[in-house]
Write a protein that binds this ligand. Structure first.
Ligand code: CUA
Length: 345
């Protein structure tokens, strides 16, 4: 797992259209550019004539009377009605063909499950059951079909390099397909305003040159996750499972309490209350508290965080090994952690 991928690449930023990763992207651009230049032509033409006529037909002497203007010209009226109609029909036709290509997958596709969640993307590969949060890995030149849904609100998966975007709706599956031609790393964004950390809901599309490379990546991911020491695994979970959207590790107050110095807090420092009764239910930050906060986060809420967006339950979404990893990670940046803890940002 390449954690460096989470950084936004400066080189990917552009004021013009991003790289074309698929045939459909190229077709979309041709259509877009045609409409663009058509607009430029008419904008310049109409504005230019407007200015020219203002000058040409200006009043030359104070007592000049307006000349009578023609009230009707059948030929011109037919031309300016029929021509734009034909252009519009042509635009619709080309657009419809491109849209069909974008929406209709071929019969044989490589399928990946996508789940959008406040505020991260999870990608799951059905053949192996492997997951790669915030990284969508696919082989190049293979039709890929995404089976997408959401855990909470409506998100939208948007891959600019493919010029494709679709909503992920809770309780139903939407599908998106593409065929990426060039190996490399590309941006994925959430394109539907979905709450506090919508702007941080981005991921990477990694296109491997061949299916063999893709399989090799799957194998190495499997081995890497297997061998990862608990602290590293915890940090990985924090980065990849959406925790970092609300919980900082440098002491900054976010939507949720910072993880820095949390572990080891005494009852007085870390007051929580039960929202149903409002009763203070002070608890010590220990293994049980962390496990409870992951599985039933709204049973006890930290003082000062009662009015913000409720944290979703992670029950069943983290393995025991991952929860233990989180616990070890929190220990490493806890109240009495050694200064060499891996929290320096
Ligand atoms: Cu998810 Cu915006």
């Amino acid at each position: 797992m390449n954690l460096a991928l989470f950084a936004t690449d400066l080189k990917d930023r552009t004021y013009w259209l991003p790289q074309q990763l698929s045939e459909a992207a190229a077709e979309t651009d041709v259509h877009f550019m045609f409409i663009y230049w058509l607009n430029v032509f008419f904008f310049v033409g109409i504005t230019g004539l407007l200015c020219f006529f203002c000058w040409k037909y200006r009043r030359r002497t104070p007592d000049q009377k307006p000349l009578p203007s023609p009230s009707h010209n059948t030929t011109i009226e037919i031309v300016w009605s029929v021509l734009p109609t034909l252009v519009c029909i042509g635009l619709f036709y080309v657009g419809f063909i491109v849209y069909q290509d974008l929406m209709e997958p071929p019969r044989e596709t490589f399928k990946v499950n996508v789940v959008g969640q406040k505020w991260f993307w999870n990608f799951k590969y059905p053949r192996t059951g492997l997951e790669s949060p915030n990284e969508l890995h696919v082989p190049a030149n293979t039709p890929i079909e995404l089976i997408m849904t959401s855990e909470d609100v409506i998100h939208a998966l948007y891959i600019p390099a493919l010029r494709t975007k679709k909503d992920c709706v809770p309780g139903r599956y939407s599908k998106l397909w593409f065929n990426a031609a060039t190996p490399g790393t590309y941006n994925i964004f959430c394109a539907e305003y979905c709450g506090t950390s919508h702007s941080e809901m981005y991921a990477k599309l990694v296109v491997h040159p061949t299916m063999a490379d893709f399989n090799a990546w799957q194998k190495s991911l499997e081995e890497e996750l297997d061998k990862m020491p608990p602290v590293k695994l915890g940090e990985y979970v924090w980065k990849s499972k959406g925790c970092r959207g609300c919980h900082s590790i440098d002491g900054t107050k976010g939507t949720g309490p910072s993880f820095k110095g949390l572990w080891g807090m005494t009852r007085d420092e870390h007051l929580t209350y039960k929202p149903s009764t409002g009763a203070k239910a002070p608890s010590q930050v220990d293994e049980n508290y962390i496990r409870m906060s992951i599985n039933e986060p709204n049973d006890e809420v930290r003082d000062g965080f009662g009015n913000v967006t409720a944290m979703p339950s992670y029950k069943g979404r983290l393995t025991d090994k991952q929860i233990n990893g989180v616990i070890e990670f929190l220990k490493s940046i806890g109240k009495n952690a050694a200064p060499a803890a891996p929290t320096k940002q």
